[in-house]
Ligand binder design. Structure first.
Ligand code: NI
Length: 163
């Protein structure tokens, strides 16, 4: 298991456009393994390669904690519906904000063996895919937050006050 350093908001690399992966090399396979380790260690539901400083069009998502999807050179084929909810990002630690995303997404990508697949996701999976996809084009969710960005701690206080 190898953890990589997660880049944080303010670092220029996070605004850059990631490049297509031409072939799966041992180095890229190791990157994917490290991305999964890094995501799980941070209790994240997704991580893009650019977040560990590598400008390749790769991201990983696992919304259940036991069923990771690896997306290499992904393309969003279709979206529909709308959902509004709290979002966060390992590159923006301690913060959260409300973002509206499609409620359904159909995506095509290659897996870690460069085998083509298509996947349909709804709700949290759709949200995570859209969030990670944005990273590949240099975008952070904070650009899409409605209202203001909040501290996670502040939100927890509000929620416990409501309960
Ligand atoms: Ni993120």
């Amino acid at each position: 298991m190898a953890l990589r350093n997660v880049r944080e908001q303010g670092e220029l690399i996070l605004g850059k456009i990631s490049k297509e992966v031409k072939e799966m090399t041992p180095r890229t396979a190791e990157l994917i393994e490290d991305m999964l380790d890094t995501m799980y260690e941070a209790n994240g539901v997704g991580l893009a390669a650019v977040q560990v400083g590598v400008l390749k069009r790769i991201f990983v998502v696992d919304v259940t904690g036991e069923d990771p999807y690896i997306f290499v050179n992904p393309k969003i084929l279709e979206t529909s519906g709308e959902q509004s909810g709290q979002e966060g990002c390992l590159s923006v630690p301690g913060k959260t904000g409300i973002v509206t995303r499609p409620n359904y997404v159909k995506i095509a990508a290659y897996n870690e063996n460069m085998e083509y697949f298509e996947l349909e996701g709804e709700e949290l999976l759709a949200r995570a895919i859209c969030h990670e996809y944005d990273h590949l084009d240099g975008h952070l969710y904070v650009e899409k937050v409605e209202g203001r960005l909040m501290d996670v701690e502040e939100l927890e206080e509000e929620e416990s006050a409501d309960a």
